[in-house]
Write a protein that binds this ligand. Structure first.
Ligand code: NAP
Ligand code: MN
Length: 271
């Protein structure tokens, strides 16, 4: 099997990378940065997001696993102490795969250039550096609301514990094929009115955001950990992607246990 390792770049993560690379090579696995079937992320959830971004073009053939060198991560859930066990599992155990839904974002420009299609593992947020954003929000082709405020966040179920949670969104189990739209400081008064609650959209319910601005207004569109500026935006379309991210699992670590251990306590529920 061909594998690659993405490290956060600190000494600890780099050392673990070297150890794993050496052990796995001794087990006759091949290090291949270009066409890995397994990508190991060493660092935090942010490192995992970067590993996903680097190999998203190979989403159909690549599976991911994460080791955390800081606090417990949602994507990085193996500890440095467990690295030897993990190496043996990778070398000896057949793949067990768990799949999670992704968000598909399609950005269209007024200039009619080819649309940009991006897959997000956590979320997309749309903001501007120039005042507030004003969007027509359409759901399934029907006008839903006109949003005015700091921005909107559209997240995946596995991203629901990240930015979405800080915005008051609900935590969605990743077995549900859905996306969630949360508001970032909407303006609500006698002129502007928005729903105010997070919306959870099922598969095939596409949401389309069309800016109601002068064409020269630019938007900051963040996909996971990276932000880019776009001018002349005609629309931003969000829906559940047909692609899914594949995680390698060698032991059960239920989502709700990860939520509990990250946000509530380290105490086992049955204690
Ligand atoms: P960062 O500033 O280090 O990330 C913020 C925190 O979010 C970190 O503690 C990160 O964990 C954690 N995180 C990432 N994905 C998560 C997930 N799916 N569930 C729970 N926590 C998660 O930047 P980053 O590491 O590059 O991560 C980018 C993400 O930061 C974005 O996708 C967005 O979700 C999040 N973010 C959050 C806020 C907020 O909460 N107000 C604002 C902007 C962005 P690690 O420390 O393990 O990396
Ligand atoms: Mn981080």
């Amino acid at each position: 099997m061909k594998f690659a390792i993405v490290s956060r770049g600190d000494d600890r993560s780099n050392n673990i990378k070297q150890t794993m690379k050496q052990y796995l090579t001794e087990f006759d696995l091949t290090y291949d940065k270009e066409e890995p079937e397994l990508v190991i992320s060493i660092g935090g959830d942010g490192t995992f997001l970067e590993a996903f971004r680097r190999y998203v073009h190979r989403i159909e053939t690549t599976a991911f696993i994460g080791v955390h060198t800081g606090h417990l991560g949602f994507y990085a859930d193996w500890t440095p102490d467990e690295v030897e066990r993990l190496v043996i599992e990778i070398a000896k155990t057949p793949f067990q795969i768990v799949e999670y839904p992704l968000l598909e974002v399609t950005i269209r420009l007024n200039s009619g250039e080819k649309a940009t299609r991006i897959l997000a593992l956590n979320e997309a947020t749309i903001k501007t550096a120039e005042g507030s954003v004003v969007f027509d929000v359409q759901i399934r082709g029907e006008h839903f609301e006109t949003f005015r405020g700091d921005g909107l966040c559209i997240s995946t179920p596995s991203g629901s514990t990240a930015y979405n949670k800080a915005l008051g969104g609900g935590i969605i189990h990743p077995s549900l094929e859905a996306i969630q739209m949360t508001e970032i400081a909407s303006i609500n008064n006698r002129v502007f009115r928005t729903i105010g609650s997070p919306l959870i959209l099922p598969k095939h319910h596409t949401c389309l955001l069309s800016p109601l601005h002068d064409e020269d207004k630019s938007f900051l569109i963040a996909i996971d950990h990276t932000t880019e500026t776009y001018s002349n935006v005609k629309s931003i379309q969000c829906r559940v992607a047909k692609e899914r991210v594949r995680f390698v699992r060698y032991r059960p670590f239920p989502f709700w246990n990860r939520v509990r251990d990250s946000f509530v306590s380290e105490i086992k529920l049955d204690d």
